[in-house]
Structures are given as structure tokens and as C-alpha cells.
Design a binder for this molecule. Structure first.
Ligand code: HEC
Ligand code: HEC
Ligand code: HEC
Length: 134
């Protein structure tokens, strides 16, 4: 005979297993990343014109694909000019374009990457911005 009490206990145990990964991470010393935009290059623009090469939401989710596209464009096709959706041109360069604006790599790129536990290997060859140790 099925015992409804046992079924309920079973369901609670099941739910505990399924959600374990969530509250196991709860309260760990990982603060949500807060990428900073306070670099001299970005501050040069008036506040309402501080934009990335593409809209923020796109960059957030797709900057790795964009960078892959940029690399292919240079390495395979020899094209060093990127035209964004709004028709604005950028030099295709990780170091001279991305990192010129985002010169605070530690407080920007790394802040998120540490949180997401990704470690792009790009800096073995590409030059990182020089930053003061903080
Ligand atoms: C002209 C300066 C400039 C350049 C060049 C630039 N960015 Fe940005 N980036 C910004 C600004 C300003 C924002 C914030 C945009 C906003 O709030 O709408 C931003 C936002 C972002 C974000 C989202 C951050 C978040 O908080 O979600 C990522 C990721 C990013 N940039 C990566 C890159 C990469 C990779 C490149 C090179 C392909 C690049 N940026 C080139 C100025 C720049
Ligand atoms: C808003 C958070 C955030 C910011 C800011 C950010 N990244 Fe990322 N980045 C991520 C996440 C999350 C991933 C992993 C995405 C995935 O695996 O799908 C990633 C992945 C990457 C990758 C691919 C790495 C790999 O091994 O696959 C590259 C390259 C990269 N980021 C470059 C940059 C650079 C350069 C900057 C600073 C200009 C930057 N990112 C800023 C969140 C961010
Ligand atoms: C083994 C060395 C090496 C590694 C690692 C590497 N690259 Fe490159 N990358 C190069 C070389 C060499 C070029 C060609 C430089 C040129 O012609 O200007 C290049 C060109 C590029 C370009 C276009 C030109 C430029 O100056 O930015 C982009 C964008 C780029 N790489 C992104 C990345 C990203 C993103 C990563 C990490 C996910 C990465 N690369 C890792 C060696 C490397």
C-alpha cells in the first residue's frame, strides 16, 4: 500500500537534491560582479554617449563571439575595420580598442571572469593594459 506520508517525505528529499546546487552556493564569499566604467577614456564621453561597440546587452552576452569574429576578420581576411550596427567604425584591436576604453581590466574583465570562473588565455600573447596594483 502506498503511504502518502512516505511519498511526501520522498518528494521533499528529491526537491532538496535538485535544489542543492543553488543553496550550496548561497552566502559564499562571491559578491556579484560590478564591472566599473570609470576609465579616463570612457569618462571623456558625455554621460549619455558612453557606449560600447555594440549595445550593452549584446556585449554582455556576446562579447566572446564578437572577439572571435574580430580575430577571424584580421587573421583570415586582413580586415581591420569593424562597422557596428549604428554605422560607426572601430579599429579591430583587442589591445587598442577594447582595452583602450576598458583599461581597468582587473575591475572590469577580471571582475566578471573571476565570478564566472572563466580565464581567457588571450593575455599570453595580447598585451594587457598596465595597471597599478590595487
Ligand atoms: C568607446 C569605448 C569602448 C570600447 C572601444 C569598448 N567598450 Fe565595452 N563598454 C563601453 C561602455 C561605455 C560600456 C557600458 C555601456 C552601457 O552602459 O550602455 C561597455 C560595456 C561593455 C560590456 C558589458 C559590461 C556589463 O556591465 O555588462 C562588455 C562585456 C564590454 N563592454 C566589452 C568590450 C569588448 C570586448 C570590447 C572590444 C571588442 C569593448 N568592450 C570595446 C565602452 C567601450
Ligand atoms: C558582464 C561580465 C563580463 C565582463 C565585463 C567581461 N566578460 Fe568576458 N566573459 C564573461 C562570461 C560570463 C564569459 C563566459 C561565457 C561563456 O562561457 O559562455 C566570458 C568569456 C570571455 C571570453 C571567452 C573565454 C573562453 O575561454 O571561452 C573572452 C575572450 C572574454 N570573455 C573577453 C573579455 C574581455 C577582453 C573583457 C574586458 C574588456 C571581458 N571579457 C569583460 C563575462 C564578462
Ligand atoms: C598564441 C598567441 C595568441 C593567443 C593566445 C591569442 N591571440 Fe589573438 N592574435 C594573435 C596574433 C599573432 C594576432 C595577429 C595580430 C595582428 O595581425 O595584428 C592576433 C589577432 C587577434 C585579434 C585581431 C587583431 C588585434 O590586434 O586585436 C583579436 C581581436 C584577437 N586576436 C583576439 C584574441 C582573443 C579574444 C584571444 C583569447 C580568447 C586571443 N586573441 C588569443 C595571437 C594570439
Amino acid at each position: 500500500m502506498y503511504n502518502s506520508r512516505n511519498i511526501i517525505i520522498g518528494l521533499i528529499i528529491f526537491a532538496a537534491f535538485v535544489t542543492f546546487p543553488f543553496y550550496n552556493n548561497f552566502g559564499k564569499a562571491v559578491t556579484k560582479p560590478d564591472p566599473k566604467l570609470d576609465t579616463p577614456e570612457i569618462q571623456k564621453f558625455p554621460e549619455n554617449e558612453r557606449r560600447c561597440v555594440e549595445p550593452k546587452e549584446f556585449m554582455k552576452a556576446g562579447h566572446m563571439q564578437l572577439l572571435n569574429g574580430w580575430r577571424d576578420s584580421v587573421v583570415r581576411y586582413g580586415n581591420r575595420i569593424y562597422v557596428n550596427d549604428a554605422g560607426k567604425e572601430f579599429e579591430i584591436s583587442l589591445q587598442n580598442t577594447c582595452m583602450k576604453c576598458h583599461s581597468n581590466k582587473k575591475k572590469f574583465c577580471d571582475e566578471c571572469h573571476n565570478y564566472a570562473a572563466v580565464k581567457p588565455y588571450c593575455w599570453k600573447c595580447h598585451i594587457e593594459p598596465k595597471e597599478k596594483e590595487t
